[in-house]
Design a protein around this ligand. Structure first.
Ligand code: CMP
Length: 136
């Protein structure tokens, strides 16, 4: 069964730094995602810690939060049928070395940390993550 969903996508600092944001947005549009809202922001370490708090017990949490707050990012609300899963397919595996050909992380990712894009992993988290960046 399919349903129209929204998911949160982040173009991470490594991709913004390499000026890949327009190319990545084009890839989403070509794959029938609607970009419902978007903004370029630079978040603080505290905000990154709040955003990634589900990972706070992980050994990589500190580095992860330093990294997400290290430079500008582009946050987007993407809409499509089954957007959460479709976005995860388009991104590919978390580790670019393991991502399938044609996925964003295979094309642009540098390492498991600098993997160019983030996407919500469930519909519940998508709502939480969209609110985090877009609820005024
Ligand atoms: P993301 O989808 O943004 O969600 C959490 C991030 O943690 C993940 O992408 C990776 O960039 C990062 N990360 C760093 N090390 C690891 C690891 N060992 N396993 C999973 N994610 C990791």
């Amino acid at each position: 069964m399919s349903s129209l969903e929204q998911t949160l996508s982040i173009i991470k600092p490594d991709a913004v730094e390499r000026n890949l944001q327009e190319e990545i947005k084009k890839y989403f549009i070509e794959n029938d995602f609607l970009i419902k809202d978007q903004k370029k922001i630079h978040i603080s370490k505290n905000e990154a810690e709040e955003f990634y708090k589900v990972h706070q017990s992980k050994p990589f949490y500190g580095e992860l939060c330093n990294y997400l707050s290290s430079g500008p990012i582009v946050v987007m609300i993407l809409e499509k049928e089954n957007a959460v899963l479709e976005n995860r397919k388009l991104m590919g595996a978390t580790d670019p070395a393991k991502a399938e050909a044609g996925t964003l992380r295979k094309k642009y990712g540098i390492s498991i940390d600098k993997n160019s894009v983030h996407g919500s992993d469930s519909l519940d988290n998508a709502k939480i993550e969209i609110d985090f960046f877009f609820k005024s």
